[in-house]
Ligand binder design. Structure first.
Ligand code: CA
Length: 699
């Protein structure tokens, strides 16, 4: 009796939603329909996460009249990846260190700021900057994932904390950067950390109390026992046998972190998650005795929404070896792929590995996989969607250039899909990387635990021509991908990689920000640029749009930081506008101005005389590449998000250098000590190398 009443209520809700009525927030805070309306209520706009807006007041014919309505300072120079939510006239935007800002969406006035007070030493666990991608919303509560592994409920009106739970083992290098998602009366959150060594999972908590409702681990328990979790059955039946008995996965957790995409498929009442890379990356070190696929790393997995029980999975990169996460934007859409062109509900994803996937949403059946970006690691897929690998891509002792590289053909920058054009808009890039086995992996611990040699392809002397060639190899583009024709409709080539996430609108427009600070509106059908405005700071985050009092607004956060900025400082090196955290909002006819950024000046001169034997410099390069480069930039060139060590006065004082590098004197700034990884001689070799680089590149 009770059961049928629930079913009836469910049917009524579905009928309401399919009739196109915006659901009342008391009933359901996020319209299940594909497109977003006047408010932006969840990370991807709606449950289907298409990042497509129904709003049309800003359109092809008037987009050139957009002007600055207001700006808001996020007061950070670290990475900003936020998708702001807009509800009842208030914008909720997150910033670096998981700080949450409530802003009047009409005026840009600050309403309140919630700072979870993260210990800055946690920054050393963050592979890809201390970023945050956004919050979730239900019944007057905002849900915030905190970089140190907390999940918190914040009162949307007052900014006061209502509950807080720790979702990870904080003794391990877990982080949270992703946006939680609300599913019914639960809030779902995953985590990151597979570069350093963790075991991935997704958890569902009660929205009112913070009590754990279910958890699904994506890889087997390293101790070989059940967890008493929702994943036990699927791991025992499908995953455990795909991992060998020994290897680094048992120490490092195996990876498979769910750090971004968690999508509620309301039609099939299931949650679809994107699962990350293996830990360590190098499959021969991770699982030397096995030949299995290492389920469920690099997979798309569907779970029952109420229980977290396994429904289906599709692995994009079996036995991943390259950091090819399948965590990228998951979009649910209806495409004419059924019998006689009937609409079929599908899952769309363009993960790091460079193939664009179309799967049946209900069953996970493989429909197609087509390269959307140049690749060397595979030549195609077989009839079941399994990649046909280039054997050389499974790198060993000698370096192999792999494309896409570990930063992927598409990373976290959200993709959009327009049901009107039928196109997916992919913020794609081309970032090849030489990869070979890290010979020191077994004998010497590193904070980053990939089993890949990060000095690969680098030398102590990097002539200007070599740097120029490295820079030229990195490309970026916006691709309008037709998932039915399995080909691009149009492509816009950018000046470089790592440009912002995408918004599509029923006004026939596609918006994307770029690292050079340009926010651009493209014609959704042709890719023709129709409007550009430079925001005086680089953009990585995706734009959103909303409507208040009959006016449509367009909003985006600036501040590029993030993985590529830390990992490829040489690409920046003063050539792009600053990483300045700010929300900039536009509307038609507005005439506001963006304030001039105030920048600290860095004196680009060596602070110590050059020293060191060739052997010491070579050792310095290797230790620097293994331990320092992922934050301070390869070949000792920083993008400026974190200090450029070449110009640091600490290099002039060997004692102070050792205190910082080994003893962690600046741990409260995020620079933890490396005494476990480095000897005093190693630390001094790094100083010699950094000072050498300063003399070679000054002026
Ligand atoms: Ca990764």
């Amino acid at each position: 009796m009770r059961r049928s009443a629930i079913t009836l209520a469910g049917c009524a809700l579905l009928a309401l939603l399919s009739a196109g009525v915006t659901a009342d927030s008391a009933l359901d805070p996020m319209a299940a329909k594909g497109s977003a309306g006047a408010e932006w209520l969840t990370y991807g706009g709606t449950y289907d996460e298409q990042r497509h807006s129904r709003l049309t007041r800003i359109n092809r014919s008037n987009v050139q009249e957009l002007g600055v309505a207001w700006t808001y300072e996020l007061k950070t120079g670290r990475g900003v990846e936020t998708t702001p939510l807009i509800h009842k006239g208030v914008m909720y935007a997150t910033s670096a260190w998981s700080v949450l800002h409530a802003i009047d969406a009409r005026t840009g006035r600050e309403l309140w700021v919630y700072d979870p007070g993260v210990d800055r030493a946690v920054g050393a666990k963050a592979c890809c900057d201390v970023v945050n991608r956004g919050v979730a919303l239900k019944d007057g509560l905002l849900f915030l994932g905190v970089i140190d592994g907390r999940l918190e409920a914040i009162d949307a009106r007052t900014g006061k904390r209502r509950w807080s739970v720790v979702t990870v083992d904080q003794s391990k290098p877990y982080t949270i950067t992703g946006a939680p998602r609300v599913v019914k009366d639960m809030v779902l959150i995953g985590n990151g950390g597979a570069e350093l060594g963790v075991r991935g999972y997704v958890s569902a908590y009660d929205t009112r109390t913070g009590r754990l409702r279910w958890r699904f681990y994506t890889v087997p328990n390293p101790e070989g026992r059940p967890d008493g979790a929702a994943s036990d059955e699927a791991l025992a039946r499908l995953a455990n046998a795909s991992w060998g008995p020994g290897g680094a996965w048992r120490r490092d957790g195996g990876g498979g972190t769910v750090w971004d995409s968690i999508v509620y498929d309301a039609v099939n009442d299931q949650v679809i998650i994107g699962v990350g890379n293996g830990s360590p990356w190098n499959a021969e070190l991770r699982d030397p005795n096995g030949r299995g696929d290492n389920l469920f790393i690099s997979s798309i997995v569907a779970l029952d929404a109420d229980t977290g029980a396994y429904r289906w999975h599709f692995q994009t990169t079996p036995r991943d070896n390259w950091d090819f996460t399948a965590t990228q934007t998951i979009i649910l859409a209806a495409l004419p792929l059924g019998e006689g062109g009937a609409l079929r509900r599908v899952v769309l994803q363009a993960p790091k590995n460079g193939f664009f996937y179309v799967l049946d949403a209900r069953t996970g059946e493989f429909l197609s996989a087509t390269p959307f970006s140049p690749m060397t690691w595979a030549t195609g897929v077989d009839s079941k969607g399994r990649p046909i690998e280039n054997p050389e891509a499974r790198y060993r002792e000698t370096a192999t250039v792999v494309l896409p590289g570990p930063l992927g053909a598409h990373n976290w920058h959200p993709m959009a899909f327009s049901p009107e054009t039928g196109l997916a808009y992919i913020p794609a890039h081309e970032l090849p990387q030489p990869m070979n086995r890290d010979g020191k992996f077994e004998t010497q611990p590193a904070a980053w635990n990939t089993g890949v040699d990060f000095a690969s392809g680098l030398a102590v002397e990097m002539p200007a021509a070599a740097m120029k060639a490295m820079k030229a190899a990195l490309k970026g583009r916006l691709i309008a991908w037709d998932p039915v024709a399995r080909a691009p409709r149009w492509t816009v080539e950018h000046e470089g990689p790592w440009n912002g996430g995408v918004l599509s609108t029923a006004g026939g427009l596609v918006f994307q920000g770029k690292l050079n600070g340009d926010l651009v509106a493209y014609d959704a059908e042709t890719g023709r640029p129709l409007w550009t405005h430079n925001l005086r700071a680089g953009i990585a985050a995706p734009p959103v749009t909303y409507e208040l009092d009959g006016e449509q607004y367009l909003s985006v956060a600036t501040g590029w930081g993030t993985a590529f900025a830390l990992a490829a400082g040489f690409w920046f090196d003063g050539s792009v506008p600053p990483a300045l955290g700010r929300v900039v909002t536009f509307k038609l006819g507005a005439k506001g101005r963006i304030p001039e950024p105030e920048l600290p000046m860095v004196e680009r001169t060596p602070k110590a005389p050059a020293f060191g034997t060739p052997a010491q410099l070579e050792a310095g390069l290797v230790h620097y590449s293994r331990n320092c480069a992922v934050c301070h930039g390869p070949v000792a060139i920083s993008s400026g998000v974190l200090p450029d060590l070449r110009w640091s006065s600490t290099t002039a004082d060997p004692g102070l250098w050792a205190d910082v590098v080994l003893k962690g004197m600046l741990a409260s700034n995020g620079m933890v000590g490396f005494a476990r990884q480095l000897s005093p001689a190693d630390a001094e070799a790094i100083r010699a190398y950094v000072v050498h680089r300063a003399h070679k590149t000054a002026g």
